[in-house]
Design a protein around this ligand. Sequence first.
Ligand code: SF4
Ligand code: SF4
Length: 433
Amino acid sequence: MQTSFTPEQLADPHVAESEKILRKCVHCGFCTATCPTYVTLGNELDSPRGRIYLIKDMLENSRPADREVVTHIDRCLSCLACTTTCPSGVDYMHLVDHARAHIEQTYKRPFMDRLIRNLLAAVLPYPGRFRLALHLARITRPFAGLLAKFPALRPLQSMLDLAPAAVPPASASARPGERAAEGEKRGRVALLSGCAQPVLDPGINEATLRLLARLGVEVVVPKGEGCCGSLVHHMGREAEALASARRNVDVWTREIEKGGLDAIIITASGCGTTIKDYGHMLRLDPAYAEKAARVSALAKDITEYLATLDLPQMESRGLTVAYHSACSMQHGQKITMAPKQLLKAAGFTVRDPAEGHLCCGSAGTYNIMQPEISGKLKARKVKNIEATRADVIATGNIGCITQIATGTEMPILHTVELLDWAYGGPKPAKLSA
Ligand code: SF4
Ligand code: SF4
């Protein structure tokens, strides 16, 4: 694609990077076929190619974002299916990241939109506040129907709909500290405790800690780590996202220098995609660029790390698993085979649901901010998963677990919970019910 930026515009490194990305797009439109919003809405402006045109026009003219651009960029799930499909290697992720930051800086959103975004940014990344909010949601849930009458309040209704009926008690797995390996030590890793996941489903990191200990891996949950920043990053709130990234880079760098780390383990693929991008996010910060690149290189999804440990083949469990590959896993991190190979080696029969490339509609806070499109995608995803007639669903991202669980009676677990069970851990409670 031809571009016409001036040398003055290209002096801004963010614009210079976006210009390079834009020039790679050859308008072929292959990406439209796998874009969930284009497939759902059928509007070119809700396709990757349409959004690329909108972003190009906005940046080339140094224009503030307008309502049309904001509408179509807000509808993008950042699922990155387009980057998997694109034959020209267009780096849509960093282009839309730039567009979102530009929107945040130049566009004044309506009052309710600002209020809800501020609320989400102030609550979700902090486990204590999030737990309190979930308790409040339980109490106020009976009024969710009233909110539906006011379109501007729909996101609040979605929050109540997504909140679990019971909030699990706080788990020791989230506490900072070292967990010793059992038997001969074969590795040392840091585990990202995370923000929303340990509140919604602490069993995921509990299973991870148990499994890693049995496999001889020492695990540290470092003091001071926090939210990876992806939530605010996808809202275009760059200063907050970079502050989260710097804090975590400092914490993990201390661990690397203290005891050495073979990997930084992440059990939510949405967070993994962002942490693997810290090197890029902080590339312009001379004090952090190198440290952040080192952290990104060490970041591994739990299944990616387990795949290096050569786990033994187990007898069949007689249980069929529908594997839902989160977008951040398959498109963001390009991890497609490891989770399924691990499940098969652990004795499970694995089935791939149809249209596996399409997002379930969770996408961070998308299911709160865009409930209608998200609801359509969830229904489509659940239909495809249920058609597998599997006994259980496995996936690697808490957002997908929360989203899909509200649309089906099938039990849905994190992949590592099944692996922990297969290799000597307790049977997951959701399978005992
Ligand atoms: S597939 Fe790639 S090159 Fe083709 S229109 Fe989409 S982004 Fe552009
Ligand atoms: S990230 Fe997903 S929703 Fe956004 S343009 Fe690409 S395929 Fe479409």
